[in-house]
Design a binder for this molecule. Structure first.
Ligand SMILES: NC(=O)CC[C@H](N)C(=O)O
Length: 247
C-alpha cells in the first residue's frame, strides 16, 4: 500500500513526517495520474478555498471523486474534511468545488477565525479501544470546521461542545445534560474525517487507525504498506521521537 498525501497546499509535509515516524512512506500527490500509483490518500488541512482552486487548476477533481467512488481509503483533516463533505455551509461567496462522498454537512469555519484556534482534549472511546492508549487525544483546532449533521451510515468518533457564544441553532448531538455538541471526527466506509490536526501532535493513533482501515479495505490485494527501508521503528523508538509541535 502506498499512501498518497495531496500536496497542493497546507500541512502535507507534517502528514508525510507522521507516516515516516511509523515507518510508512507517504507520497506527495499533485497530479491526477499520480492517484493511480497510490492506494489510499490523505487530504491535509490548510485553506480549503485555495486548495480547491489549485485542485481545479490541475483538473484533479474528477480523479479525486473517482478515487473516493472506487472505495479507496481517504482521510481528510480539517480543510480535507471540508473537501470530503457532501454539503458545506459558510463557504466564501461563489462556493468551492468539493469531492464529496461523506454524508454530512460541514460548517467551514465553525469555531471562528484564525485567532480563535485552540487545543482541547477529546474523548475518543472507539479509537482508544482499537489503538490502545489513553481515552482522550489532544485536538489541535486551527480555524477549524465542524460537522453539523451526519447521515445514518456515519460513525461518530469524537464530538466537541458547542461554544456558548455560537449562533448555531440546531447541532446534531444533545447530551442528556442538554449540552450541545458538534462532530469533530467521523468515519463512513472508506472515508475518515477529522476537524483537527493529528499530524501536529506526537499521538500517532489517528494515523495508525487510518493505515489499519486502509489495510482492511485492501485486504486480499497483493500490495502491502510500503515501508521506508531499514527504518521501521520499534515502539520504544517511537516514544522517543521529537515532536513537531505538541506533546
Ligand atoms: N486548518 C484548516 O484546515 C482550516 C480550514 C479552513 N476552515 C478552511 O476553510 O479551509
Amino acid at each position: 500500500m502506498v499512501v498518497g498525501v495531496l500536496a497542493l497546499q497546507g500541512s502535507f509535509n507534517e502528514h508525510i513526517a507522521a507516516l515516516r515516524r511509523l515507518g510508512v512512506k507517504g507520497v506527495e500527490v499533485r497530479k491526477a495520474e499520480q492517484l493511480q500509483d497510490v492506494s489510499s490518500l490523505i487530504i491535509p488541512g490548510g485553506e480549503s478555498t485555495t486548495m480547491a482552486k489549485l485542485a481545479e487548476f490541475h483538473n484533479l477533481f474528477p480523479a479525486l471523486r473517482n478515487f473516493v467512488k472506487m472505495g479507496k481509503p481517504v482521510w481528510g483533516t480539517c480543510a480535507g474534511l471540508i473537501f470530503l463533505a457532501d454539503k458545506v455551509v459558510g463557504q466564501k461567496s461563489g462556493g468551492q468545488e468539493l469531492i464529496g462522498g461523506l454524508d454530512c454537512t460541514v460548517h467551514r469555519n465553525f469555531f471562528g477565525s484564525q485567532i480563535q484556534s485552540f487545543e482541547a482534549d477529546l474523548e475518543i472511546p472507539n479509537l482508544a479501544s482499537i489503538e490502545g492508549g489513553q481515552g482522550t487525544c489532544r485536538g489541535v483546532f486551527i480555524r477549524a470546521p465542524a460537522v453539523l449533521e451526519a447521515g445514518p451510515g456515519v460513525e461518530v468518533l469524537a464530538v466537541y461542545p458547542v461554544p456558548p457564544d455560537s449562533n448555531l441553532v440546531d447541532p446534531l448531538i444533545e447530551s442528556q445534560e442538554g449540552e450541545k455538541k458538534v462532530i469533530v471526527a467521523l468515519k463512513q466506509g472508506n472515508l475518515l474525517g477529522t476537524a483537527f490536526h493529528p499530524e501536529l501532535t506526537a499521538d500517532s493513533r489517528w494515523h495508525t487507525f487510518f493505515l489499519k482501515m486502509a489495510s482492511e479495505i485492501e485486504e486480499g490485494a497483493s500490495n502491502s504498506i510500503v515501508t521506508i527501508e531499514g527504518s521501521q521503528p520499534t515502539l520504544d523508538q517511537l516514544e522517543r521521537i521529537d515532536l513537531p509541535i505538541f506533546q
